[in-house]
Write a protein of this length. Sequence first.
Length: 525
Amino acid sequence: METFAPGADLDPLPPVAREASPLPEDSAAVDPAAVPMVAIPYGFARKHGVVLQPTEPEATPVVALREGADPRMLIEVRRYLARAFDVAVVPPVAFDRLLSDAYAMDGQATAMAAVGMGDELDMLAEGLPTAEDLLDTADDAPAIRLINGIIADAARNGVSDIHIEPYETGLVVRMRIDGVLRETLRMPPHVAPVVVSRIKVMARLDIAERRVPQDGRMGLTLGGKLLDVRVSTLPSRAGERVVLRILDKENAGIDLDALGMDEAMYALLRHALAEPNGIILVTGPTGSGKTTTLYGALRLLNDGSRNILTVEDPVEYAVEGVGQTQVNAKVGLTFAAGLRAILRQDPDVVMVGEIRDRETAEIAVQASLTGHLVLSTVHTNDAVGAITRMRDMKVEPFLLASTLRAVIAQRLVRRLCDVCRRPVRAADGVAPLLGIKPGKMVYEAVGCERCNHTGYRGRIGVFEGVRVDETIRRLINEGGDEAAIARHAFEHSTSLAQSAKALVKAGLTTPEEAVRVTRREADDA
């Protein structure tokens, strides 16, 4: 790692390099000890392959230089920072990740969106034109900046969904952060048609049609971070409601351990994925991370030696090396039709987005019987419930018993902020629901700047798994009820409620949060 020290002799800087993308001149005479470290402007960083890495305030700054980039740009960086720094040469892929982390996930994202956060969003909202001005294209700029600012703010805070809701009293913007909706902006009612129309234009939807629901998507890049935004509109009494679902494409390569899957559950899944054929099901409510778990499983299997095909509704993440097909009911491409078609493509592994009807279930079973490994999801409350659900779809018990390999149920709970969490004694009303003795030391949410004063930062998975062994096969074949299957399945593994209890004891979440997502299982325990 080479060190560059600031100096007065900056004349050797080539004029061409200065003209290409000059940095601001007003920092040349700044006393390094008098001001905090300033960030390199995003446009210069991306174009010339230099990015300032985060370090401790008292440490020597480190500037990452992309391989192949012109090292003479470091002279301009030296002049701009006006202090010594170390240089680390990094490969292009690693540099792109550093660039994304440095800009897309902090306040710089708002600069890329050409709008600031906080009060500036309110100012932009007040400056939006009325509905009568919609045909005037010159008035689109404030709406574009407002929408870009909202999406940039959402990306910075890890928002999964943005809800834009028109009412008679105003247009409300709510964001789902860590699974909980929170109001972030309220605008005058007259701006609703302008905002909705602009979003529909960006998503290539029909702006003249306001009577039927529409679905679309738009791709965005924020600081080198690729975002896929799914757009859904729904007519309502006061106007069209819009929901934007933000899909971070980097999550397509997420590791299963990043979800909080413990060693026992990870081993159960890996063992099931090692099977040459059969069905592996992931269950849980909407937004519980089922698709992310399936993508993590595909990543384990995607070693180039297998033909992996999927049929999804919609394709959420593009995965290199995996053939992905999107359901299109308008042309008859349903889950069943897509699954039937991809079985003619010589697949080794098949992922079906959801088994929701008898036809899809029967084709999935037949696929597993003919030597394919099938991964899919089912909407049930727990792992054992998936077995009953498959039987309800008229899958013969003997076929289900011979093809089912494992079922995983999951939930997502908010993770406590490790900076501001505080130990307290468990409350008498909540502790018994998780089997925790009242008065036992647990942690509660407090709130600080790091977690945006919510007390939580991110989410972690709660899992339960059922490995189908000979006993469970016999119970399925004999039509055994859920209670009998569950008693055997959880003799040597943990249920959802027990997994949530373990997270509470480890100080990763609160008892209230654990009960919120596992209430039914806790009541039955």
